[in-house]
Design a protein around this ligand. Structure first.
Ligand code: NAD
Length: 361
């Protein structure tokens, strides 16, 4: 068992960590397998420039652990793993590097199944898939189910409905003001779904092109130019959909919304952030519970599904699979309110119980 940098963390320790190097193509990668208790360790490949190799190892360990919990709570027959490729993808990413990486994934013989993450996309997974079958999130042209962002957004919407049920007694978003921070792949889809659901959307991003795209697609959304100012806006739900750490000390103390529910991974920016949210009577839906739509979507590919030829059928089927996110979020938030524990503590307990007694097949 291997768990440097995770001292004091509860739950099972990591099972395996693989350091990969291929100087001929400039590949340096870390593959972390946290748990295979429920099945092969499924989780994406992050490609980014890290300050040091130690930072990269730690990131892959933390992300892999998070995937075990996310997959367990989503009821998937998969464990958790994550890989990071070290370096700037804009400078380093080549077919040769991705092929070499694919061979490393193949060498794990299915203990680890990869997918896309920050810095990688479906086209990259198509290339990785030329070397290994243990990859999901490929394009429909390559036999995959395609980009998971729409499914992630739909899952977050289900999480918001559960938050609304707990906070206001009705699982509806009609008439609520929702602030979406981060208008990338998930944020754009979420703005559309919220608009459809009758919510008023306040939208913000640090990139002018993301804001402009939102204005064109959803002219009814109200743009808040300064992403930090969104914290001060009158809103019912705050939805972090950018990078991790959105709930830092400033945000947690300044936030005016009584509910937080968003897609971004690792939103809690410091130890004690969630307790402070509880003190302020803010309902927080743990990110790894509500953003599981993407992994639910791509997991289907490993069991042989590919994209449906009918977009309507594909959407209906994907939505059916995302609906349990509503029930899971609702039961976690209700148990937290009843017991006084934080929602993450309740969610972690549930995930650990599932990992400790996998269903017999
Ligand atoms: P993305 O890179 O497409 O979009 C992120 C957006 O956030 C960008 O437009 C960026 O400009 C904006 N942003 C960055 N910093 C910001 C800040 N400080 N304030 C406001 N906006 C800021 O990423 P994505 O695929 O949409 O994913 C969004 C988040 O959801 C990430 O944390 C990701 O890990 C998580 N997530 C995504 C998926 C998925 O299916 N794509 C699944 C699960 C979790």
């Amino acid at each position: 068992m291997f768990a440097p940098g995770t001292a004091g963390v509860r739950g099972p320790a990591h099972e395996q960590v693989l350091l990969c190097q291929d100087r001929t193509v400039g590949l340096k990668a870390v593959v972390s397998v946290h748990s295979t208790a429920l099945g092969p360790a499924l989780g994406g490949t992050r490609f980014r420039a890290y300050g040091s190799s130690a930072d990269a190892v730690l990131d892959s360990l933390n992300l892999a652990r998070g995937m075990s919990y996310k997959n367990a709570l989503a009821g998937l027959p998969y464990g958790g793993g994550k890989a990071v490729i070290i370096g700037d993808p804009a400078l380093l990413k080549t077919p040769g590097l991705l092929h070499s990486y694919g061979r490393f994934v193949e060498s794990l013989a299915g203990r680890y199944v990869t997918a896309c993450d920050v810095g990688t996309d479906t086209a990259d997974m198509d290339v990785v898939g030329e070397e290994t079958d243990h990859v999901v999130g490929r394009s429909p042209a390559a036999g995959g189910v395609g980009d998971p962002s729409a499914a992630t957004a739909y899952g977050v919407l289900q999480g918001m409905r559960a938050c609304a049920a707990v906070r206001w007694g009705e699982p509806h978003l009609r008439g609520l003001r929702v602030g979406v921070c981060g208008l990338g792949k998930v944020g754009q889809h979420l703005v559309g779904l919220l608009t459809e659901a009758g919510a008023t959307v306040l939208a913000s991003d640090i990139r002018a092109d993301a804001v402009a795209r939102t204005q064109v697609r959803f002219p009814e959304a109200r743009i808040v130019a300064d992403a930090k100012a969104l914290l001060d806006a009158e809103m019912d739900i705050y939805s972090p959909c950018a990078l991790g750490g959105a709930l830092d000390r400033v945000a947690v103390n300044r936030l005016r919304a009584p509910v937080v529910c968003g897609a971004a991974n690792n939103q809690l920016g410091y130890a004690g952030a969630e307790e402070r949210l509880v003190d302020r009577d803010i309902v927080y839906a743990p990110d790894y519970v509500v953003n599981a739509g993407g992994v639910i979507h791509v997991a289907r590919e490993y069991s042989g599904c590919s994209a449906s030829r009918s977009p309507d059928r594909a959407r209906a089927r994907a939505r059916e699979q995302m609906d349990p996110i509503y029930a899971t979020t609702l039961s976690i938030l209700t148990a937290a309110a009843d017991s006084g524990a934080s929602p993450s503590a309740v969610a972690d307990d549930l995930a650990e119980k599932r990992m400790a007694s996998p269903p017999r097949i």
